[in-house]
Design a protein around this ligand. Structure first.
Ligand SMILES: CC(C)(COP(=O)(O)OP(=O)(O)OC[C@H]1O[C@@H](n2cnc3c(N)ncnc32)[C@H](O)[C@@H]1OP(=O)(O)O)[C@@H](O)C(=O)NCCC(=O)NCCS
Length: 176
């Protein structure tokens, strides 16, 4: 078993892994374009020379990042690969000096075992929602927000919406 950074040659397999679960509505789908554009986010898990799992760490701001597109093929499940993939994401977040990682998920027990805690959606800083505005579940998100603090007693900085060019009206609708 090996956990390593993804290469562009892994993109097709990542697409397969993520979208097999997206079809079952267990996670959000990804396009090939978004996987290629974000390939450096990903770690993959190899078992017997085959990529059987993936997980991305997507930077949101200077102090926080999202663990997203975590998928382990059923044939390779329950051997600790999911845990190792997220641990690789967390290690990378620490290397970048981030103070928090977060996930939107249905597998709350899995993330709780890695130290994440459940938080209210509206307690997440607005910057988190920037990617959500194009999501089919925008305004009806049923995923659970979970965070892992990486630096004790330090919270992500408050967000000044004037720092980015985003459709504030739509965002206001989501986060109030
Ligand atoms: C969730 C998923 C990534 C777990 O991968 P995995 O390799 O089977 O998980 P691991 O073997 O590393 O499990 C780590 C721990 O979490 C537990 N766990 C794993 N999946 C779980 C689940 N669905 N519910 C509750 N606990 C779970 C394991 O029992 C294990 O506990 P232990 O450390 O006490 O033994 C995998 O099942 C998957 O890809 N699911 C479909 C897609 C998905 O939901 N992705 C998450 C999107 S946020």
């Amino acid at each position: 078993m090996e956990i390593r950074k993804a290469k562009t040659a892994d993109a097709v397999r990542i697409h397969e892994l993520v979208n097999q679960y997206a079809r079952q509505e267990q996670m959000l789908p990804r396009t090939m374009l978004s996987i290629y554009e974000n390939i450096r986010d990903f770690h993959v898990a190899e078992l017997d020379g085959k990529v059987v799992g993936c997980s991305g760490l997507h930077f949101t701001w200077g102090d926080m990042a999202e663990v997203r597109s975590l998928a382990v093929d059923e044939s390779a499940g329950k051997r600790g690969l999911g845990r190792k993939l997220v641990e690789a994401n967390i290690a990378e977040a620490r290397e970048h000096g981030l103070v928090q990682v977060y996930a939107f998920t249905y597998v709350t027990e899995f993330f709780a075992k890695l130290g994440f805690r459940v938080v209210a959606h509206d307690s997440m800083p607005r910057k988190v929602w920037m990617d959500c505005i194009n999501c089919p579940k925008f305004n009806c998100c049923d995923e659970v927000a979970m965070v892992l603090d990486l630096v004790e007693g330090v919270n992500p900085e408050p967000f000044d919406v004037s720092q980015v060019n985003i459709p504030i009206v739509k965002l206001e609708k989501r986060v109030g």
